[in-house]
Design a protein around this ligand. Structure first.
Ligand code: XMP
Length: 563
């Protein structure tokens, strides 16, 4: 391995990705490993971090992992579940207790390299059911925690053995709510494991370009360029590695793009001098024909995914480039989640891993220059490669595009209809979700009147409906930019629902501005009053619009997209 690196053992619940991201921010490579990977797979690392897990250590859940890691001569740090597993392995006990969740104070009672340079009391973040209740002879209690101002001590919240170089903490240093979590991870990575911070973006670019050149050799590469951050950065890197002559870019307009999006995408590639083999196909008819009559969200996703493959294969044949290597902007979490981890909580078949592409990967015909980067690192790389800030920091846009924001209906109400409610504050919504079971979405009506009768109408994906959604989405995006808040907001889907309100209109618009770190959770973002007023004027004036609402739902319980 060229760089000092840390293995992060993934016991699920997305913790491992957060840990790896935190380590990488220190310019030390961190890679995700599975609990039952063979011992040899761990040998190249200078340290191991065992992640948290939704499983319960006290009941022996998930205990059938490769325990030979404990015999390796490298330091090991366990977080939450990992902490409990380390305690158990070395003769301690773990007991099932009540859930502890939220901020706590860590009181460090003996010196430990893990907390070097930190205060004796540190604010940390807890989320667990099980606790370490005793440690084996080689270990000592390094710190205990107190929760929410209570005097009761949670013993063994930090444990360690300096001789064995094994450490464990019950809390989560990988989440930002642990105020000095990064410093704790840095102490482990640098002081305890002795890593050098060599994994810089400059080095990454040099090494990647060299690797791509070796893999591609004298061949050409064909890349599907959606215009999203990943495929744009991949195109730029491939362009630098093999030159524009051997890089074929295909941009498909699937009819589900935002307003003017395809033109902008093509202009971006031209600006980079990547237009020598820039191909464009307007396949909106193919997609809309295939979508005719589809109503259910998953049915629409499947149709869109399948049509994409058909168009891709047809165009590759037409352009005579089906023999080229296929370039993809696949990023690290996509390769991990579909690479067979049984543990990721939400496993979706990623569009970069459908059977035809799997076959090409097996034949060594796929080049994925970003496959070991997280999104935030792709963005950093994009900036380094001179891609404009506005493009690099674009809000994420789902693969099926507006297809999942254009809600459809058979026209038959499945419940008692849609009840708009007008909470004054987002907290009220949060309380609502807690107290009223079965409710997973809360919207704030921005219309001029409280709707009294709402009726779902039959509707499918049509060009007219998409055009209307495109206009509404465009007004929202332009508003965010005009008020200078586009960059503060993580994502802002605009969804359209076929609803008639009080006998008027046929399409109800819902705007969902959110803050999020990795889309796993989300909190509603506040929009300025002035912008809400402007949107009320502009969106409600669009022909056919029956109403406008602001989605103020947290995730959980509500997903970011409406379907
Ligand atoms: P949810 O709605 O699951 O969204 O809270 C989480 C993130 O994933 C995006 N998303 C998708 N992306 N294909 C994609 O490529 C999809 O089918 C899809 N559905 C949701 C969503 O925009 C958000 O960023």
């Amino acid at each position: 391995m060229t760089h000092d690196a840390i293995a992060v053992i993934d016991f699920g619940g997305q913790y491992a990705h957060l840990i790896a991201t935190k380590v990488r921010r220190l310019r030390v490579l961190a890679e995700i490993r599975q609990p039952d990977d063979p011992t040899e797979a761990f040998q190249a690392y200078k340290g191991i971090i065992i992640s948290g897990s939704p499983s319960l250590s006290s009941f022996g859940e998930d205990s059938a992992y490769n325990k030979a890691i404990y015999d390796l001569p490298v330091p090991i740090l366990g977080l939450c579940f990992g902490h409990q597993e380390i305690a158990k392995h070395y003769g301690g006990t773990v007991t099932h207790g009540g859930r502890e969740w939220g901020p706590a104070d860590l009181h460090v009672v003996v010196d430990s390299p893990l907390f070097k340079g930190l205060a004796r009391t540190e604010r940390v973040w807890m989320s667990h059911f099980d606790s370490v209740t005793s440690v084996g002879p080689e270990f000592r209690e390094v710190g205990f925690t107190t929760l929410g101002g209570s005097e009761a001590a949670h013993r063994y919240a930090a444990i360690g053995s300096d001789t064995l170089r094994r450490y464990g903490v019950q809390f989560h240093p990988e989440v930002d709510d642990t105020v000095h979590g990064s410093e704790m991870i840095a102490n482990f990575v640098f002081d305890i494991c002795g890593c050098q911070a060599s994994w810089t973006m400059e080095r990454y670019v040099e090494e990647r370009i060299e690797q791509v050149r070796q893999q591609v050799g004298g061949r050409s590469v064909f890349l599907l360029a959606s215009g999203g951050v990943d495929s744009t950065v991949a195109a730029r890197l491939l362009g630098l590695a093999i030159g524009a002559d051997r890089l074929h870019l295909l941009h498909v307009d699937n009819g589900l793009m935002r307003k003017h999006e395809s033109q902008e995408v093509l202009e971006t590639f031209r600006a980079f001098g990547l237009d020598r083999n820039l191909h464009f196909v307007d396949a909106s008819d193919d997609f809309l024909t295939a979508l005719a009559g589809a109503v259910e969200p998953e049915a629409k996703r499947t149709v869109i995914g399948n049509t994409f493959i058909e168009v891709f294969e047809r165009e590759a044949r037409r352009l005579g480039i089906e023999g080229h290597l296929l370039g993809q902007g696949t990023i690290y979490p996509d390769t991990i989640e579909t690479g067979g981890t049984r543990r990721a909580d939400t496993i979706k078949t990623h569009h970069n891993r459908v059977p035809v592409i799997e076959r090409m990967i097996a034949e060594g015909r796929v080049v994925e220059p970003l496959a070991d980067l997280y999104k935030v690192e792709v963005r950093e790389l994009g900036e380094k490669l001179g891609i404009p800030h506005g493009l690099v920091w674009r809000h994420p846009f789902p693969g099926p595009g507006l297809g999942v924001r254009l809600l459809c209906s058979s026209g038959v109400p499945s419940r008692d209809g849609f009840e708009a409610i007008e909470p004054r504050v987002a907290e009220l919504a949060a309380g609502f979700f807690k107290d009223v079971p079965g409710i997973n979405r809360c919207v704030w009506n921005l219309g001029r009147h409280a709707p009294s009768r709402v009726r779902p109408l039959p509707a499918t994906v049509t060009r007219d409906r998409l055009d209307l959604l495109r206009e509404a989405d465009h007004l929202v995006m332009a508003g965010l930019r005009r008020h200078g808040i586009y960059d503060d907001i993580w994502q802002c889907p605009t969804a359209m629902l076929p609803l008639e309100v009080d006998g008027c209109g046929r399409e109800f618009i819902v705007v969902r501005p959110i803050h999020s770190e990795r889309a796993m959770t989300a909190t509603p973002a506040r929009l300025p009053e002035a912008l809400l007023g402007e949107l009320r004027e502009q969106v409600l004036r669009l022909p056919g619009v029956s109403g406008l609402a602001l989605d103020i739902t947290t995730k959980p319980p509500g997903t970011i997209e409406w379907e």
